[in-house]
Design a protein around this ligand. Sequence first.
Ligand code: NAG
Ligand code: NAG
Ligand code: NAG
Length: 288
Amino acid sequence: MKTLFVSLSLILFEVSEAALPKCSYDVCTNGGLWSEWTSTEKCPTDCGSCAKRLYTRTCLSTNFPNCACKGESVRKILCNTHVCVYPAQRTCCIPYVPMTINKTSQCGPLPKDKLLSSEAPCCPKDGFWSQWSGYIRDESGGWKRSRKCLSDSAGCPCDNPTNNVEISKECPCKKMVDVTNMVADTHATFPLNVQYNDTSCTAFQTMEHYNDQNKKVVPCNRWGNGKYLWANLIRYVLPNNTRREERIQDCVSNGPKQVTFYCDLVSEYWRLDANNEEVVGFNQINII
Ligand SMILES: *[C@@H]1O[C@H](CO)[C@@H](O)[C@H](O)[C@H]1NC(C)=O
Ligand SMILES: *[C@@H]1O[C@H](CO)[C@@H](O)[C@H](O)[C@H]1NC(C)=O
Ligand SMILES: *[C@@H]1O[C@H](CO)[C@@H](O)[C@H](O)[C@H]1NC(C)=O
């Protein structure tokens, strides 16, 4: 694609460098990134505005996210518009008549076709990057993600082309937030107190699991028909702001009392081990 584009530019404009100018506007909200208009046809007539030539252009941003091209890709444009001279039978083809345009004798009036040059292609200001990939493990023990310069193949290199890899020492999932206001209802909550492990990209919080009515600490409720007799529970919020509730443990049996999460390296949200749901934030509920 690049080679083709460069060689066409060379023929049309006889420039030695095919670098396109930077656009002064946002390419994707203004009809996408188009190639130059080009034509492989010769004008079938020599003069007199007697014929049109077929021009085509191609959309170079088809593969860019949210950057579809708008507008026509084919156009017929009047060619060889200068006045015919003797021994031609007529000076201009109908409906055109001789007139002076731009100090030369032309067969006009010329249609108000937009001039080809006014739609000359230009490059998105900083180039056009793909979305970041999901994170993967890096040899250094951290995580890395990458992206590609999509506009490169359209002749528009990205600024800072080496800025295509990002390395994170920390586990890339966003820290969870205290969502008391969204989840408490008529209850109280225990504060968010998550321990993150950047080596394993996991997280946990130790769950309260002793009821003490006098101290107004009541983490466990009777769960008559459920898996456990006494269960502690969290309420959490999904990325789309939906609220959910999950019972985590039986308060009275042995074993660690923790709610545990793992990091989804693609969505960069923590997921609850118990059900794989993405969690923006959570609180353990104090059922007083
Ligand atoms: C007038 O002629 C000059 C020289 O050929 C050209 O560069 C310019 O684009 C023309 N202007 C118009 C409006 O056609
Ligand atoms: C973090 O996880 C790694 C790998 O599972 C483990 O070896 C390490 O002890 C954990 N660190 C802490 C502080 O829990
Ligand atoms: C929110 O996301 C969950 C899990 O993806 C989905 O089941 C639920 O229907 C969504 N709710 C809304 C209101 O979009």
